[in-house]
Design a protein around this ligand. Structure first.
Ligand code: FES
Length: 247
């Protein structure tokens, strides 16, 4: 974890709701993997608010590209303070044919960094956008990604087939009601698949991260049969069958 400065080189609008910031960053952040994030502070002036958790969506040769809501004002030339990298990369199985990414009542941003490497390795990617996530415009995503829209009860067309085909699933949910939505996702997958095995269905947890280094204890996730784990240091992805309190 390093405290570094980044320069916003370019700002591009990708759909009605989101923009991409092309950041020139410290070389230590140019090897970030899907699942990892940075804690960002845009203004140097003191603020009572926590740093924002920014998830990259891709790496180019020169820039780390992060996705932010379009309503936030950014300008090329702005300097940003970044703490990172935070967290662990998503853990994919060795043999994979198909991955399901599920955004539930939230933008799919924390999941998108997986897409370039999955496509490069000829692994099928299905992105299911449920509830308010269905409003996220997807024209900028690679054509290889199958996009499906669903409702706020996690119903979508051919749900049984989509879930049956997936070798692994990563689900991001609205942070304000994350555990409720992830519990619902787990229940739906258990309804559809007779056996939800370990290391199949992961929830991406995004609690507030005051420190980001496992020091303050604010981001603890209950794990069955072991000590609680820190979302910042061990997450953000946790196997939903192993998270305590979800059912
Ligand atoms: S944010 Fe402080 S321990 Fe995770």
């Amino acid at each position: 974890m390093k405290d570094t400065q980044a320069l916003i080189e370019r700002v591009t609008r990708v759909n009605d709701t989101h923009q991409h910031l092309h950041l020139s960053v410290d070389p230590s952040l140019m090897s970030m993997k899907a699942g990892q994030s940075v804690l960002a502070k845009v203004n140097e002036t003191w603020t009572p608010y926590l740093r924002q958790q920014w998830f990259p969506v891709k790496l180019t040769k020169k820039a780390l590209v992060v996705e932010r809501p379009a309503a936030e004002p950014y300008q090329p030339g702005q300097v940003v303070s970044l703490l990172g990298a935070v967290g662990q990369p998503f853990r994919f199985r060795r043999s994979l044919r198909s991955v399901l990414l599920l955004a539930y009542d939230t933008e799919p941003t924390p999941l998108l960094m997986t897409i370039p490497a999955l496509i490069e390795n000829k692994i099928g990617v299905t992105l299911v956008l449920c509830g308010v996530a269905a409003k996220y415009g997807t024209a900028h995503l690679p054509p290889e990604v199958e996009i499906i829209q669903g409702d706020s009860e996690l119903n979508w067309q051919n749900r049984v087939t989509t879930i049956g085909w997936a070798d692994q699933v990563f689900c991001a949910a609205a942070p304000e009601v994350e555990s409720v939505l992830l519990a619902r996702a787990l229940a739906v997958f258990r309804e559809v698949r007779a056996d939800v095995q370990q290391a199949y269905l992961f929830g991406v947890f995004r609690p507030p991260l005051p420190c980001g280094i496992g020091a303050c204890g604010a981001c603890l996730i209950k794990v069955k049969g072991s000590d609680p784990q820190f979302a910042c240091a061990h997450g953000p992805a946790f196997d939903l069958t192993q998270v305590g309190g979800l059912g």
